[in-house]
Design a protein around this ligand. Structure first.
Ligand SMILES: [Zn+2]
Length: 129
């Protein structure tokens, strides 16, 4: 293993869902089997890093002050669905069952009163009542 490969593997290992072996597999795949994809990947990462931000209104990902959801006029923005992560918003949008606005917490906010009355698991609140 070279120092550059080891550095790449260490960075990949920090990504969600990638352990040591998976990071090694991805690094070797990119370097040995698909080296022509590396410049595209680097460009995509740089572009995303410089353009993607949080929506000023709801916290979703956006490339403008407001995300695509918040820019839709035919939604009921008077109804707000609070979700834990952007991935939860994406899942709801994919279902097509919800046509309101969102508020993305970017993690669970737990307060004392919340702890006493509800249990939070995977973005779902379960009331004990
Ligand atoms: Zn938004």
């Amino acid at each position: 293993m070279t120092p550059a490969l080891e550095h790449l593997q260490q960075l990949l290992k920090q990504l969600p869902g990638l352990g040591y072996r998976s990071a090694e597999r991805v690094a070797l795949h990119l370097l040995l089997e698909k080296p022509e994809r590396l410049p595209q990947l680097v460009t995509a990462l740089q572009e995303a890093a410089s353009t993607v931000r949080r929506c000023d209104r709801c916290g979703n990902l956006a490339e403008e002050p407001w995300c695509a959801v918040c820019q839709e006029d035919n939604r009921d923005h008077g109804i707000v669905c609070v979700v834990e992560q952007v991935s939860d918003l994406v899942a709801l949008e994919r279902s097509g069952a919800y046509r309101g606005g969102y508020h993305v917490l970017h993690g669970i906010v737990v307060t004392d009163s919340w702890c006493r009355t509800q249990r939070v698991e995977s973005g779902r609140a379960e009331s004990p009542y």
